[in-house]
Design a protein around this ligand. Structure first.
Ligand code: AMP
Ligand code: MG
Length: 471
């Protein structure tokens, strides 16, 4: 079947004109093996009714979906590890389609590994199959934990042999499609400012404001920045509560909606470690776990700098200054959500945040990140389960007592969630590197997709149980 009645194409990027992207041609791949179709995500945009053959034609060979103008490689610049690079842009991807979802949001289908574009520089425009598998695992885990994230929509293996410095090579190739709430990056604005094009900065602000932050009044540039600041603060807080390290917080990897995307060398924390770094090429730990708020704030100041072309500095600075307070507020909310308890006012919520972090810090390697939230979900309602469970002996001592005291002050939030069989299991779902490597090893060695499929199945089940998006 073709698209369903729920499919609402709305290709708005073209509204900006032809100075923001270039028509791109997908590579002519030797194969198109459908490895993953995300029908849950597809159902939100009316594409779950496509047959596998239609799916493969649209997301492996990139025949445009109905009502779409064809692939556009987006132009952008950005700071990479704080060095400005005016040679970025979609070098191995393009915007394939835009449509409304079932909540009325404008979403993009964007590709990764679809071939070379005018912005490929020396790159081959390709994605490794392992890279595709890793992006799916990251996005699914983040969604499970209630983090605003792009979703991995499709993965098609493309039958090429790639050479990579960071994978045993030759290695298999794939093309990924992601469904994301905008690919307009901080670096998209930086490019317009770098070119000295006040008109382009203005057009971008109006475009992004009207489509993604419609509550901000037309022409209110500081208001727009403030909306991006608040969304970014929220994203950051939810990464921290998820124990997630993105790995590459360059200004071309952060977008105007505060939804995270582009998962390369990401990791989840095994246990509390502020300096935990994900990317092997991040030698100084610039994007380490606990430095992510600082990294995103720095990136926001670059966005603010670009907006200075079209607004006064003072109100822009004020908008940027909202980041710290918004981040702390969102951090309290994110930890409350993960612990499954209701707010009791700022002071009590802060005590709980502090006590949780103190416990994680003191617990060291013995106390893994996910099990703390699993054992103590909904506070005192989990007491017997936690104390009688496999980690019972961890739950003692002064720091624990302070945590328990702060936690039990707060009422459980929707404690009926504890009735799910997931909570009768000894271990929560995690996404630590050994498991990721084991999932990949089965694919690489035996073309066995079983562990990957099984993991995604368990993540979906645990996401529905946590129901963290409903907060
Ligand atoms: P990333 O670090 O993945 O966000 O990519 C940074 C920049 O490098 C972007 O402009 C990408 O499009 C580009 N890029 C990354 N890998 C490749 C590749 N294999 N071929 C062409 N361009 C690439
Ligand atoms: Mg990127």
């Amino acid at each position: 079947m073709p698209t369903s009645a729920a499919y609402q194409p709305e290709p708005r990027f073209a509204d900006l004109g032809d100075e923001y992207g270039d028509p791109a041609r997908p590579a002519d791949f030797p194969a198109a093996l459908l490895r993953r179709r995300n029908d849950r995500a597809a159902a939100t945009v009316g594409l779950e009714t496509l047959t596998d053959a239609e799916w493969t034609a649209h997301f492996g060979r990139f025949e445009p979906l109905p009502g779409q103008p064809g692939p556009i490689a987006m132009r952008y610049h950005g700071h990479q590890f704080r060095t400005y690079n005016p040679d970025l842009g979609d070098g191995r991807g393009f915007l394939a389609a835009q449509m409304r979802d079932d909540r009325g949001r404008l979403l993009d289908l964007g590709t990764k590994g679809s071939g070379q574009t005018p912005w490929s520089r020396a790159g081959d425009g390709r994605l490794t199959l392992k890279g595709g598998v890793r992006e799916i695992l990251a996005a699914e885990m983040l969604e499970t934990l209630g983090v605003p994230t792009s979703r991995a929509f499709s993965l098609i293996e493309t039958g090429e042999a790639l050479q990579r410095g960071d994978e045993p090579s030759p290695t298999r190739s794939a093309v990924l499609v992601r469904l994301s709430h905008s690919h307009i990056r901080f670096g998209t604005f930086q490019r317009a400012a770098y070119l000295g094009r006040k008109d382009m900065v203005e057009a971008l602000v109006e475009h992004a404001r009207s489509l993604y932050h419609p509550d901000v009044a037309a022409g209110d540039v500081p208001g727009f920045l403030r909306a991006v600041v608040e969304a970014s603060a929220r994203l950051n807080a939810s990464w921290i509560a998820a124990g997630f390290v993105h790995g590459v917080l360059n200004t071309d990897n952060l977008n105007v909606t505060g939804e995270s995307f582009d998962y390369g060398p990401w990791r989840f924390l095994p246990s509390y470690e502020p300096g935990f770094t994900a990317a092997y090429f991040d030698h100084s730990g610039l994007y380490a776990f606990a430095r992510q708020p600082e990294a995103v704030f720095w990136a926001l100041t670059q966005l603010g700098g670009a907006l200075k072309l079209v607004a006064d500095a003072e109100p822009l600075t004020e908008a940027l200054n909202a980041f710290g307070p918004a981040y702390i507020q969102e951090l309290r909310a994110a930890f409350l959500a993960r612990l499954g308890v209701l707010s009791l006012g700022e002071a009590a919520d802060q005590r709980l945040l502090d006590a949780t972090l103190a416990l994680l810090r003191e617990g060291g390697e013995a106390l893994r990140w996910e099990p703390l939230f699993f054992d103590w979900f909904c506070g005192f309602a989990s007491s017997a389960r936690a104390l009688g469970g496999p980690r019972g002996k961890l739950w003692q001592g002064e720091t624990f007592d302070a945590f328990r005291f702060a936690l039990f002050e707060h009422a459980p939030n929707r404690p009926e969630r504890l009735e799910h069989p997931m909570f009768a299991r000894p271990e929560p779902e995690e996404m630590l590197i050994d498991e990721v490597e084991a999932i990949w090893a089965a694919i690489e060695a035996d073309d066995d997709w079983g562990p990957f499929e099984a993991k995604l199945h368990r993540l979906r089940e645990s996401g529905e149980t946590w129901a963290l998006n409903a907060r």
